[in-house]
Design a protein around this ligand. Structure first.
Ligand SMILES: NC(=O)c1ccc[n+]([C@@H]2O[C@H](COP(=O)([O-])OP(=O)(O)OC[C@H]3O[C@@H](n4cnc5c(N)ncnc54)[C@H](OP(=O)(O)O)[C@@H]3O)[C@@H](O)[C@H]2O)c1
Length: 239
């Protein structure tokens, strides 16, 4: 039974990924700063297979200890989905230091530290190991008010490509998914006219849902993607 670690599994895309991976039979470990009823329900439905903790992705020591506990409890960590992120929208000229720091600390440093800790475990032993980073289409396409957020995601894509080369010889695959705008809490503040504009320029004619992205993450973190590494898969309805 593979073990998958998903950061930010309390809601949105992370919650949908946790549900999918439990559904396919994995043991799943996840963390977020606060819990959710949906996650608690999943834990009750899959006794002994969901390990959820409350911690901050920006706290490197807490992440290191968490990864150690998961490896001790489940024996190995075979797949890692680095999903937790925050988005502060706003023009750069008025953006506060704290907002810039939060995005760098959670989206970029937090993901890098998490992956480093997981890789240390994978090198000891894992079954068909894979790492999937959650990026965004704005990494490649840009977006007004999203410069810092886009910078963190573009950096993650570079991280994925380099790490794929570094870890390929050890049998660890590293990929990223780049979703378009998803209807989740993260994009809840998006003004209605902005949403309508995204829908107009999306060939498939709607915003994405977490359900549109989980299939790709399930695939990339499975033996079916056993010869795929260093790739960024855009999931944005053609936009
Ligand atoms: N929504 C979109 O339009 C969109 C588009 C493209 C890509 N993405 C990417 O998709 C991923 C998931 O986004 P989403 O829309 O599902 O976001 P979401 O609904 O806001 O969920 C984010 C998850 O990450 C957790 N999280 C945030 N900050 C954290 C921290 N410091 N420490 C630990 N956990 C933290 C949250 O839990 P807590 O708040 O309780 O900590 C939550 O579980 C992100 O990487 C995002 O950048 C989203």
């Amino acid at each position: 039974m593979p073990t998958s670690l998903v950061s930010g599994g309390s809601r949105g895309l992370g919650l949908a990924v946790v549900e999918r991976l439990l559904g396919r039979g994995d043991r799943v470990a996840t963390f977020s700063r606060s819990g959710s009823e949906s996650l608690a329900r999943l834990g009750a439905a899959h006794p002994g297979r969901l390990h959820a903790e409350l911690l901050d992705a920006a706290d490197a020591g807490a992440v290191r200890a968490f990864v150690g506990r998961v490896a001790a409890a489940f024996g190995s960590i075979d797949h890692c989905i680095a999903n937790a992120a925050v988005a502060h929208e706003g023009v750069l000229a008025t953006m506060a230091d704290a907002e810039i720091d939060a995005m760098l600390a959670v989206n970029l440093r937090g993901a890098i530290v998490l992956v480093r800790e997981v890789v240390r475990q994978m090198l000891v032993g894992a079954e068909g190991p894979s790492i999937t980073l959650v990026s965004s289409v704005v990494a490649a396409q840009g977006g007004p008010g999203l410069a810092v957020y886009a910078a963190t995601k573009a950096a993650l894509e570079g991280f994925a490509r380099s790490l794929a080369r570094e870890l390929g010889p050890r049998g660890i695959r590293v990929n990223a998914v780049a979703p378009g705008f998803l209807d989740t809490d993260l994009s809840a503040s998006l003004p209605e006219e902005h949403r309508a504009r995204i829908v107009r320029r999306t060939p498939l004619g709607r915003l994405g849902l977490p359900a549109d992205v989980v299939g790709a993450i399930d695939f990339l973190s499975s033996p079916r993607a056993g010869f795929i590494t260093g790739q960024v898969l855009t999931i944005a309805g053609g936009a």
